[in-house]
Ligand binder design. Structure first.
Ligand code: ADP
Ligand code: MG
Length: 857
C-alpha cells in the first residue's frame, strides 16, 4: 500500500468497501476508474483505457468519464446489472491540506435506480430481501424505491414456493445474508434476471419505526430491516417516502406458478422478453404510467375472493356502459403525470421545479375526475372518489410560487413567481432596474461620444464594459474611461459609474439566486409533508385507470361480464382465445363452447397437429384468469367457478423455446401440479408425456389422468396425440372425449378449429401424408401396417385386467388399451361403481351383488 501515492491509497481504501461495484472516483471534472475497474469499464462503456503514475514502477490502468455526462454511462452499467458507487470530493480542493477528502455519496444498483432508462414507465422497479428462518419458512420484504410501495409476507413451503413468489414480484435485485445456501442462490439467478446483494444487519433502527409499524411479527420486521439497512447504506439519504410496509399473504390470491404464467404468456411472451402477444399487452389501455403498473400487478395476482372480484367487475361494467364519461375520464387521466414517482423524487431530494409543475397539473385534474366519476352514479365508484384528495392547499402553493415553465436546474434561479416573496421581489427589481439603467447608459454614452457603434457588454471576467471600435477610440473623453481589454478591432473600457451599478446588479442577482434556491427547498419540504396524501390519490387514480382500460378493451373486443357459480361448473358459450383473436385481426376466430361439471371433470382432447387443441385449452385458463382479475371475458356467456389455482404443463416437445426442454422438467412440473392441485383448481396438460418413448409416454399420461380423476378431481383439460387414450372414457366416469375437427376439402386438410364431442378420427396422420401426395403404394403400405398393429394391440390388451394393477403391469399396461366391454357390461360396471357400500348392511350388499351377477349372466 505504502508504495502508492496518497491519492491512490485513498482510492484503494474507499474501493475496499465497494468491491462489487464500479467506483466512480471524482477527480476535478472527471469520474476516474482505476485498476480492474478501469479494464472492465473501458470495455463495457467502450471508452479509452489510459494509465497514470501511481508511485509504483508499473503504471496504473485508468479510464474516466466527464462528470456532466456521467448519468448516461451509469445507466449503461446499471442496465448491464452492475453497481456504481459515486465517490465525490467532499471538501473544497482549495482548502484541502494534502489529498482532498472524498466519500461515496450513493451506491446505485439495478434495484435502486431512481431515474433514467433503467426505470420503465409502466413497470415497477422492485428490490427485495428475504430471510430463511428454517428450511420451510421464508420472509420476503420488497419495495419500489421510485414509488415508495412496500410489502412483506411470510411463506411456508419449499424453495419452489419461494422462487415462485420472488418471480411473481419480479425484482431487479435481492438482498440476502452472506450465509445463504449457494444452491438456492443458483436457483434464484437461474430463474430470474437479478443481482444478489448482501446485508447482514437485521437489527431494529428507530429511523425505520414508521415504515414497519404495520408489520405484525418479528419475522416480518427483521426481513424488512435487512432491506431497509441495505437501502440506507446505499442511498445515504431519507427513506421518508417509503410507504409503511403492508403485509399480505399469497393465499389471498390465485396461485399461479412460474411455469404456468410463462406458458400462458400473462405478462411476458415466451419468445423474446417483450410484452407483445401477452395478456398484459392485450389489456393495456391504461393512459397513466401508474395505471399501467397497477394493471401488471393485477394480472400477476388474480383474486379469489368473490366479493372483491365482483366489485371490480361492477366498476368495469359501469365504466363500460358510460361511453362518453369514459372518454372524458381518459382525457382527464392523460393530464395526470406519474404521481408516485414524482413523490419519490420529492422525498429523495432530486425533484426539480418542472416536477412541481407536473405535480400541480396532475392534482388539478382531480376535482374534475371526482365530479365525472360521481356522475356514473355507482356506489362503489362514489366511495372510491370520496377518498380522492385534490390537495388543494398544495396546488395553491405551487400555483402561487413556481413559474409555469421553469428551467431544469434549481441552482440558477428563474423558478419563483413574482409576488410570492417580498424580499425576492426587491432583489428582482434591483436586478431588472439595473439592466434598464445599463441600457440607458449605453444610449447616453452614444450621444455623448457620438459613436453609433458603441455598446455595453458583459462577460464573466471583466463584468460590464463599454466597447468601442479602434477607429473611434480617439473620440472618447480623456481620463474618464479606463482601458480594460484590447481586441483585434476594438477596445473595452470601464467607468466608475458602470462599476458601481454593476456591483449592485450582481449583488441583486446573486441574492435572487440564493433566495430562490432557499425558497425552492422550503417548498420541497412542504411538498414532502403531502406525500402520503399524494400516494393515496395515486392509488385511486391508478385503479380508475385500470377500470377504464378493462372497459375499453371489453367494449372493443366484445367481452362479456362473467358470472360465478359454486357448483364447480364451467359453462362457456362461444369462448375465444383473446390474444390469438386479436393477433388474427380480420380473420375469423372460431369460437368454442366449454362445458364441464361434476360429470365432466376432465376433457381429453384429441385432434391433428395445428387443429387448435392448445389454443382451446389456453382460452379456458385465460378466461378464468381474466375473470378473476376483474375483467370481462372473451365469450358470449361465461358461468364459471372461482379457481384457487391454475396449472399448465406443456409437453416437452412442444416447449421448444425454453432451451431446457427435457422430459425431466416436464415431469417435475407435472409433479408440482399433482402435488398442489385441489378440487377447485384448473389443470391444463398439453401433450404431456411427449418427451419420451411412445409407450412410456402413454403409460405416464394415462396414469396421470387416472390419478387426477380418482384422487384430485380438479377440472382438467388434457390434450394428447395418443389416440389410444381415448378409450379411457369408458373407464373413467368423469372423463369425456372431445376433439378439434379438421376436414378434407378439395384434397386439402382444412382446420375447422371447432371443438366437438367424441374422439378424433384416428388415421389422420396417414391422411395428411396422403394429402401431401406421398406415393400411393407408400400410403397403402402404411394403412396395412396400421391395421396389423391394431390387431396386435387388441390381442395383447386382452390380458390387461384393470387399472388397479398399474404397477406390476407397467410394461404391458403401457400398450394401448382397447375397450373390452360391451355397452351392456359398461352399464353394469357403472352401477357397481355407484353402489354406496358404506350405507348397506351385509344382507343388502349380498342382494345387490346377486342382482348384478344375474344381469351379467
Ligand atoms: P394444436 O395444439 O392442436 O397443434 P394450436 O392450438 O397450436 O394447435 O393451433 C394452431 C393454430 O391454429 C393457432 O396458432 C391459431 O392460429 C389457429 N387456431 C387455433 N384455434 C383457432 C380458432 N378457434 N379459430 C381460429 N384459428 C385458430
Ligand atoms: Mg398444441
Amino acid at each position: 500500500m505504502s508504495q502508492y501515492t496518497p491519492m491512490i491509497q485513498q482510492y484503494l481504501r474507499v474501493k475496499a468497501n465497494y468491491q462489487d461495484a464500479f467506483l466512480f472516483f471524482r477527480l476535478g471534472d472527471f469520474y476516474e476508474m482505476f485498476f480492474d475497474d478501469a479494464l472492465k469499464a473501458s470495455q463495457e462503456l467502450e471508452i479509452t483505457l489510459t494509465s497514470r503514475e501511481g508511485g509504483t514502477e508499473e503504471r496504473i490502468p485508468m479510464c474516466g468519464v466527464p462528470y456532466h455526462a456521467a448519468a448516461g454511462y451509469i445507466e449503461v452499467l446499471i442496465q448491464k446489472g452492475y453497481k456504481v458507487a459515486i465517490c465525490e470530493q467532499t471538501e473544497d480542493p482549495k482548502q484541502a491540506k494534502g489529498v482532498v477528502r472524498r466519500e461515496v455519496v450513493q451506491l446505485i444498483t439495478p434495484g435502486t435506480v431512481m431515474e433514467g432508462k433503467g426505470l420503465l414507465e409502466k413497470e415497477n422497479n422492485y428490490i427485495s430481501s428475504f430471510t430463511m428462518f428454517d428450511e420451510v419458512t421464508f420472509g420476503i420484504a420488497y419495495t419500489d424505491l421510485s414509488t415508495g410501495e412496500s410489502k412483506a409476507t411470510i411463506l411456508t413451503g419449499t424453495h419452489e414456493v419461494l422462487l415462485n413468489e420472488l418471480s411473481t414480484i419480479g425484482m431487479k435485485e435481492v438482498v440476502v445474508d452472506s450465509n445463504l445456501d449457494s444452491e438456492l442462490k443458483k436457483k434464484i439467478t437461474d430463474r430470474m434476471n437479478v443481482i444478489i446483494s448482501i446485508e447482514e444487519n437485521i437489527e431494529n433502527d428507530n429511523e425505520f419505526n414508521n415504515i414497519i409499524t404495520r408489520l405484525s411479527n418479528e419475522k416480518l420486521k427483521t426481513t424488512a430491516f435487512r432491506l431497509l439497512h441495505y437501502l440506507k447504506k446505499t442511498q445515504k439519504r431519507s427513506l421518508d417516502h417509503l410507504q409503511a410496509f403492508s403485509e399480505y399473504e399469497i393465499n389471498q390470491y390465485m396461485k399461479l406458478d412460474y411455469y404456468s404464467k410463462r406458458n400462458l404468456e400473462l405478462t411476458e411472451s415466451i419468445r423474446g422478453k417483450g410484452s407483445k402477444g401477452t395478456l398484459l399487452w392485450l389489456l393495456d389501455e391504461t393512459v397513466t404510467a401508474m395505471g399501467g403498473r397497477m394493471l401488471k400487478q393485477w394480472i400477476d395476482r388474480p383474486l379469489i375472493n368473490e366479493t372483491q372480484i365482483v366489485r371490480r367487475l361492477d366498476l368495469v361494467e359501469t365504466t363500460l356502459h358510460h361511453y362518453f364519461e369514459r372518454q372524458e375520464l381518459r382525457e382527464l387521466l392523460k393530464g395526470v403525470y406519474d404521481l408516485e414517482r414524482l413523490s419519490g423524487r420529492v422525498a429523495f431530494g432530486n425533484a426539480n421545479a418542472r416536477d412541481f409543475i407536473q405535480l400541480k397539473k396532475s392534482l388539478m385534474q382531480i376535482p374534475a375526475i371526482v365530479s365525472l366519476v360521481k356522475q356514473l352514479n355507482q356506489s362503489e365508484a362514489q366511495r372510491l372518489v370520496d377518498q380522492l384528495d385534490p390537495c388543494e392547499d398544495l396546488t395553491e402553493l405551487l400555483e402561487k410560487s413556481i413559474i409555469d415553465h421553469p428551467p431544469l436546474t434549481i441552482k440558477e434561479g428563474g423558478i419563483i413567481k413574482d409576488g410570492f416573496h417580498k424580499e425576492l421581489d426587491t432583489y428582482k427589481d434591483a436586478s431588472r432596474n439595473g439592466k434598464q439603467w445599463i441600457a440607458e447608459l449605453e444610449k447616453e454614452e452614444k450621444q455623448k461620444t457620438g459613436i453609433k457603434s458603441l455598446k455595453v457588454g458583459y462577460n464573466r471576467v471583466f463584468g460590464y464594459y463599454i466597447e468601442v471600435t479602434r477607429a473611434n477610440v480617439h473620440l472618447l473623453e480623456e481620463g474618464r474611461y479606463e482601458r480594460k481589454q484590447t481586441l483585434a478591432n476594438a477596445e473595452r473600457f470601464i467607468t466608475p459609474e458602470l462599476k458601481e451599478k454593476e456591483a449592485l446588479i450582481l449583488l441583486a442577482e446573486e441574492k435572487c439566486i440564493d433566495l430562490e434556491y432557499a425558497l425552492f427547498m422550503e417548498i420541497r419540504e412542504t411538498v414532502k409533508t403531502y406525500i402520503p396524501r399524494i400516494q393515496q390519490a395515486a392509488k385511486i387514480i391508478s385503479e380508475l385507470d385500470v377500470y377504464q382500460s378493462f372497459a375499453t378493451v371489453s367494449e372493443t373486443r366484445h367481452y362479456v361480464k362473467p358470472i360465478f357459480n359454486n357448483k364447480r361448473q364451467i359453462h362457456i358459450t362461444n369462448g375465444r382465445h383473446p390474444v390469438v383473436e386479436k393477433v388474427m385481426g380480420s380473420q375469423e376466430y372460431v369460437p368454442n363452447d366449454c362445458l364441464m361439471d361434476s360429470e365432466r371433470e376432465m376433457l381429453l382432447i384429441t385432434g391433428p397437429n395445428m387443429s387448435g387443441k392448445s389454443t382451446f385449452m389456453r382460452q379456458i385458463a385465460l378466461t378464468a384468469i381474466m375473470a378473476q382479475i376483474g375483467c370481462f371475458v372473451p365469450a358470449e356467456k361465461a358461468d364459471i367457478p372461482i379457481f384457487d389455482q391454475v396449472f399448465t404443463r406443456i409437453g416437452a416437445a412442444d416447449d421448444l423455446i425454453s432451451g431446457q426442454s427435457t422430459f425431466m422438467v416436464e415431469m417435475l412440473e407435472a409433479k408440482n401440479a399433482i402435488a398442489n392441485a385441489t378440487k377447485n383448481s384448473l389443470i391444463l396438460f398439453d401433450e404431456i408425456g411427449r418427451g419420451t418413448s411412445t409407450y412410456d409416454g402413454m403409460a405416464l399420461a394415462q396414469a396421470i389422468i387416472e390419478y387426477i380423476h380418482d384422487r384430485i378431481g380438479a377440472k382438467t383439460l388434457f390434450s394428447t396425440h395418443y389416440h389410444e387414450l381415448t378409450v379411457l372414457e369408458e373407464m373413467l366416469v368423469q372423463l369425456k372425449n372431445i376433439h378439434v375437427s379438421a376436414v378434407e376439402q378439395q384434397g386439402k386438410l382444412v382446420f375447422l378449429h371447432k371443438v366437438k364431442p367424441g374422439p378424433a378420427d384416428k388415421s389422420y396422420g396417414i391422411h395428411v401424408a396422403e394429402l401431401a401426395n406421398l406415393p400411393k403404394e407408400l400410403i397403402a403400405r402404411a394403412t396395412e401396417i396400421l391395421r396389423e398393429l391394431e390387431n396386435e394391440q387388441s390381442r395383447d390388451t386382452k390380458n390387461v385386467d384393470n387399472r388397479e394393477h398399474v404397477n406390476e403391469q407397467l410394461a404391458l399396461f403401457a400398450e394401448p388399451t382397447k375397450s373390452k366391454y360391451s355397452d351392456h357390461e359398461r352399464k353394469i360396471l357403472d352401477e357397481l361403481r355407484q353402489l354406496n357400500i358404506m350405507d348397506m348392511n351385509p344382507m343388502q350388499a349380498m342382494n345387490s351383488l346377486y342382482e348384478i351377477q344375474k344381469k351379467l349372466k
